[in-house]
Ligand binder design. Structure first.
Ligand SMILES: [Zn+2]
Length: 282
């Protein structure tokens, strides 16, 4: 993913899922606190998460150039509504995507790998006050009652930046890719794995942080494919709930939802397949 550019420079048993709506852009303004965690899948690794306390967390937003982003969000970043927290797992364009633009639009701080944030600031993509650098095992509490822990992802990170002085794309080292354990006000924990290949410490991360829901990449080529992801889920992670992500947006990623579902047959893990633009509540 090097051809595009960054523009512009417990309570676990209580959490049962329900799919609530199809695609619909939310009106501007804060959502009501529902007591539930709502996830809207925006394609690839992009999610908007509404916390039980009504906070809005956006992860890896690849919208304006995301081939699977729902039209309402692709054409207008304001369709996200207010954004209280931005998380980016690594600098590849299908993850950092529109995050700098959304940070500036909402005056929202972008949290990301320390050595991805540094070039964003030194190159002038974002002002330092709209960034927060952290690293693996780092805990942050960016909003009251919301805790985010950075965890390992077996992947890489490179920032492609279009230099306005030359008009040319430049590649800049951007630290190491990460995943996030995102804990809501009521204790519900989501593990957004980011992009990752197989690594056995997935078992340690799952046992240590006890995520209630895991967002797992299945597309292959850049990450685990559907068979690897099912192996990781069944053998190491063993979550209660899992949503497959990061497939179908790039023709060289051949992993499929059907392949993942077939490989998960007979497992007690609940698989929640989503379509882009759909929301689900836990
Ligand atoms: Zn990547």
């Amino acid at each position: 993913m090097k051809t595009s550019r960054v523009t512009g420079g417990l309570l676990s048993l209580a959490f049962a899922a329900s799919v609530v709506t199809g695609a619909s852009a939310q009106a501007q303004g804060g959502p009501a606190a529902t007591g539930k965690t709502e996830l809207l899948w925006l394609g690839q690794a992009s999610f908007r998460i509404k916390s039980p306390g009504g906070k809005v967390i956006v992860v890896d937003p690849w919208l304006t150039n995301g081939p699977k982003a729902p039209a309402a969000y692709k054409s207008d970043l304001n369709a996200l509504g207010k954004v209280d927290l931005l998380l980016v797992t690594h600098a590849h364009v299908d993850h950092i995507g529109d995050a700098p633009a959304i940070a500036k639009l909402n005056n929202t701080v972008l949290y990301g790998p320390a050595d991805m944030i540094t070039p964003l600031v030194t190159l002038g993509v974002l002002p330092a006050n709209l960034t927060h650098r952290f690293n693996k095992s780092g805990h942050v509490t960016p909003l009251p009652g919301i805790k985010v822990t950075a965890v390992k992802a077996e992947h890489s990170s490179l920032l492609v930046w279009n230099n306005p002085a030359t008009g040319k794309n430049e590649a800049h080292p951007a630290g190491e890719a990460m995943g996030y354990i995102i804990q809501m006000e009521n204790g519900f924990k989501i593990w957004h794995m980011g992009d990752t290949g197989l690594f056995p410490d997935m078992q340690f991360i799952s046992e240590h942080y006890k995520p209630d829901l895991v967002l797992i990449p299945i597309g292959g080529n850049f990450t685990m494919d559907h068979d690897d992801a099912a192996f990781a889920a069944r053998t190491w992670i063993k979550p209660k709930n899992i949503i497959p992500i990061h497939y179908g947006a790039n023709p060289i990623t051949k992993g499929t939802l059907a392949g993942f579902q077939a490989a998960m047959q007979g497992s007690p893990i609940k698989v929640f397949p989503m379509t882009e633009g759909q929301t689900i509540e836990f």
